[in-house]
Ligand binder design. Sequence first.
Ligand SMILES: C[S@@+](CC[C@H](N)C(=O)[O-])C[C@H]1O[C@@H](n2cnc3c(N)ncnc32)[C@H](O)[C@@H]1O
Length: 287
Amino acid sequence: MESWVADIEFERPSGVGRVMKKLLINPIGNHMPGKLLRGLLRFTRSELAKSNWIDPGGWRSMVISYDGSPERMVDRILVKSGTIPMAARNRKKLAARLIAKLIDQVAQQPAHVLCLGAGPGHIIMEAMAQAGHQAEATLVDISEDAFDYGRQLAERCGLRDRVRFIQGDVRDIKKMLDNRVDIVKMIGICEYLEDDQIVSIVKAVSGMMPPNASIVFNSLSNRHGTDAFFRRVFGLHMIHRSVEQLQSLMGQAGFCDFDSFAEPLMVYEVVVGKRGPGRENSPKGRE
Ligand SMILES: C[S@@+](CC[C@H](N)C(=O)[O-])C[C@H]1O[C@@H](n2cnc3c(N)ncnc32)[C@H](O)[C@@H]1O
């Protein structure tokens, strides 16, 4: 699997950038009064800050971070030099490539990918475009408007007929499942869920997956060094979990044989696991 991702061109901060962040930018962001920082971001009309204030960790801030060159100067600085936005762009490349390769391994075509907390679907659409085999995707997100943007994105990618959008809470996923699932994608969502919620969601979806089907998720390390900034200024409360902690949760839901792939900033690792052979949850008869 390592060879699958060997040629990805990741973004890396410069040496000077790393030192500046450690000695100057992160301490200011983490310790300067939150009110002052929020005022500064309001004054400079930051779209990234505004989107986080409306919907902390929502899909719009993700789109601004993926874009890499937003309209406002303040946002360009935040997304180009910020550790989390850069790491998120790396995570997107990693996850899209891994999912594309996993799609190519599914014997039955089209493969069905279930995307939880999918946002408008950037990662899955990139994966479907890269894959050699046919795939269909079901995108689930709680946000009311993620899918207006998602439909436009699907249209642009020529994937309109192959993606289905379901607005809903992934904690209620059991009610939404109606089809065999070959790959489950949980990128950018576990950090917003409690341990027991992750286990119950994954147990529910595993019931629709054949043995050896894949799950793709990510860990989050606090190596980005800006957690206090995100909490105080953006109101964003992310749960940091190591690969081992997540594997243990996924293990409780019957997954095993994990492989993990770190992006160069070491903020995120993307992990692929396989559904174990347990028969009790077999999707047989429900395909
Ligand atoms: C950080 S974004 C990640 C989007 C996408 N997965 C990506 O990585 O580009 C998190 C997404 O999860 C969605 N979300 C958060 N909690 C959710 C829940 N309980 N049920 C469904 N979607 C949820 C948000 O609306 C948002 O679109």
